[in-house]
Design a protein around this ligand. Structure first.
Ligand SMILES: Nc1ncnc2c1ncn2[C@@H]1O[C@H](COP(=O)(O)OP(=O)(O)O)[C@@H](O)[C@H]1O
Ligand SMILES: [Mg+2]
Length: 377
């Protein structure tokens, strides 16, 4: 899959631009603070319908403006071309596919797909379970719409359950009023957990292979699902597992007025030769683990959809040594289209440089450079 054309209006610090793009490798160059990350983020918002970084959609609108609009035309091998629009204004967010409004984010996600790599991935690997869940939801949601629907049902059941727990704690309602939400949470949660389990097994295997290549076989990376309800003995019994664990924690939940078991508390762990990455990995090892995870995400998306997502490498090369740059370029280069940003052209892997077309970003204005040897789309 690749982005054929993009049009940007009032997006963060970017000047309005419409440009035709093509397959292959795009170098996004410019000094720091010019808008390179914003451009890559804009591409990701066109695919995911939201930004991983922005807490509120409103933050994507250029300061002082009342709306932003992104429009993209994608070429897809499997499902034909796609036109999508993301618009954020004071009235909220609008998502359009082929000009028709899509009311649910879950129906927008997965139509066009990308994987954004950036330096926050290291923080994700080393950080809180919430970051791991975000990664999981993004990676799995992009290839599995049913997962997103179940996740939404879980979220709604959880909100109701937490409300009910508070009421019970205050003595406004009997403990039995929680039961219906426990049932829903276990049923929808059971499906969420089963999918996470299956996905993480595949992702973990792929990430382990990639880590071995990226590290030259230094250590063995293992990625394991750590569900808050624990692993059931039988993979068919996720719902029962969650229900049983909720029942065990019932008094605690009422006492604290909050649900303590369910997909909303899941995590996954990563270890290198058995040592927990969060506690023991060096910065370099964590960076390599993060790269392996993101590359594994790309490969699984390819396996599941028959199409490589657009690869967005936001400033990842500067932190890597030369041989690793080359390897990441090679692995990511399987995609139909790669955007790689950097403040310095020399950080880009040498094999990519001659083939690359250059997008220059300067104080928010974006221009495609006609460099020698470039093949225009
Ligand atoms: N909503 C916004 N409106 C205007 N400018 C913004 C907005 N959000 C971020 N910026 C600006 O974008 C610039 C950072 O751009 P960024 O893409 O991160 O640069 P870099 O080229 O270093 O990747 C900052 O100067 C920041 O103030
Ligand atoms: Mg940046």
């Amino acid at each position: 899959m690749y982005l054929k054309a993009i049009s940007i209006q009032n997006y963060r610090n970017l000047e309005p631009v419409s440009m035709a793009l093509g397959q292959g490798f795009w170098a996004v160059l410019g000094e720091n603070g010019q808008g390179k990350s914003n451009l890559l983020e804009a591409v990701s918002v066109l695919c995911m319908g939201r930004s991983r970084k922005a807490d509120r959609d409103r933050d994507l609108v250029r300061f002082g403006e009342s709306f932003m609009r992104l429009e993209g035309r994608f070429s897809r091998e499997q499902r034909g071309d796609l036109e999508s629009v993301v618009r954020v204004s004071e009235e909220g967010k609008e998502l359009l596919l082929f000009g028709s409004a899509v009311t649910r984010l879950a129906k927008f996600i997965g139509e066009a797909s990308c994987v954004l790599f950036n330096s926050n991935d290291v923080e994700m690997v080393l950080g809180e379970p919430s970051g791991h869940r975000l990664f999981l939801n993004e990676a799995l949601g992009q290839v599995n719409q049913a997962y997103l629907f179940d996740l939404g049902r879980c979220r709604r059941a959880l909100e109701q359950k937490n409300r009910a727990l508070k009421d019970v704690r205050k003595g406004y309602a009997p403990a039995s009023s929680i039961g219906i939400w426990d049932t829903q949470l276990s049923q929808h949660g059971g499906r969420v957990c089963a999918r996470r389990d299956a996905f993480l097994r595949r992702l973990g295997d792929e990430a382990a292979r990639l880590y071995t290549r990226l590290s030259g076989g230094a250590e063995e990376l293992e990625t394991r699902y750590a569900p808050s309800a624990g692993m059931p003995d039988d993979p068919q019994r996720w719902t029962e597992q969650i229900a049983e664990r909720i029942a065990e924690r019932k008094q605690d939940e009422i006492l604290r007025g909050i649900a303590l078991v369910g997909p909303q508390r899941d995590d996954f762990t990563m270890t290198l030769d058995g040592a927990d990455v969060r506690s023991f990995a060096s910065r370099g090892q964590a960076r390599t683990a993060a790269l392996a995870l993101r590359l594994a995400q790309c490969r699984i998306a390819f396996e599941d959809t028959g199409e490589w997502p657009i690869v967005l490498l936001d400033d990842v090369f500067a932190e890597l040594d030369v041989s690793r740059r080359q390897l990441v370029a090679e692995l990511a280069g399987e995609a139909q289209q790669v955007f790689a940003s950097s403040a310095s052209e020399s950080d880009l892997p040498s094999e990519m440089q001659p083939a690359a077309r250059v997008i220059r970003v300067c104080r928010g204005s974006i221009a495609i450079e006609e460099n020698a040897g470039a093949v225009q789309a």
